[in-house]
Design a protein around this ligand. Sequence first.
Ligand SMILES: C[S@@+](CC[C@H](N)C(=O)[O-])C[C@H]1O[C@@H](n2cnc3c(N)ncnc32)[C@H](O)[C@@H]1O
Length: 289
Amino acid sequence: MNYRHHFHAGNFADVVKHALLVQLIRALQKKEKGFLQLDTHAGRGRYDLAGAARGDSLIRRPEWPDGIGRLWDRAGLPPALADYVALVREFDRSAGNAGPAPRFYPGSPCLARPLLRPQDRLVLCEKHPAECAALRDEFQFSPGATVQEMDGYGALRAMLPPQEKRALVLIDPPFEAQEEWRQIVDALRDGLRRLPGGVFAVWYPLTVRAKVDAFFAELLGLKPPPTLVAELAIAGDDSALKMKGCGLVILNPPWQFDQVAGPVLASLAEILTQGPGGGGRMTWLVPEL
Ligand SMILES: C[S@@+](CC[C@H](N)C(=O)[O-])C[C@H]1O[C@@H](n2cnc3c(N)ncnc32)[C@H](O)[C@@H]1O
């Protein structure tokens, strides 16, 4: 477990994931009934972007300027994207930044926290002890939220089905090991068995297209419910960039979520693309009925 998210916080991949996550939460909250939000790979909760250029041993090029940095002062964003930027700005200000550039970036836990209603529950799992300790610190006075130092895949098995009978599960692993793809498919198989109507959102990197295609083929083998893929490529498949894009696969997306995600992706494609061949793509792996 060498992965540390703080090098990547606020990069284009975080923007795609977090902008869509906010809209998933909003969509589930259209119903009064509460739900469990399970973040299987939660990270430390918040990130100081001033530290993004300090590697463990080398100076690194910070990634956030090509992510949240490109949206920070942008006018004319579609409402769903403006919603996400406003939440990030609010977090940054309340964390103490008075400067013009972003300084404090919320991870998925801190982005979800202000949206929690009294009837909702947020469970945050993080396996790395130091990251989990920071997350625990961050959430010590947050009603409705609990932090667990544990394997996120195990949590998915342990915590579904929830008492609320409704859940939004975010699976956002580091993809350090090749077996991660397999672990996700196994966890989804279990998750769907335990809660067939649960909303499962899986973030994935687009490094080599063939890997993503193989992942989708495995997913189809589960005979999944309606499944939407929202993907952003920041450059074409032949680009020299290591991560050429990323996406969110959403099993059981809220009704007509594609109509919310579409304008978000289209706008992000315009703002975040770094090379020829980039663009947003939304496809149904299994269509909505
Ligand atoms: C991509 S980061 C998560 C970022 C976070 N979801 C966000 O959006 O702000 C992945 C995190 O998963 C943690 N991790 C790695 N393997 C894990 C596992 N099996 N279970 C839970 N957490 C794990 C890593 O320590 C890392 O903090």
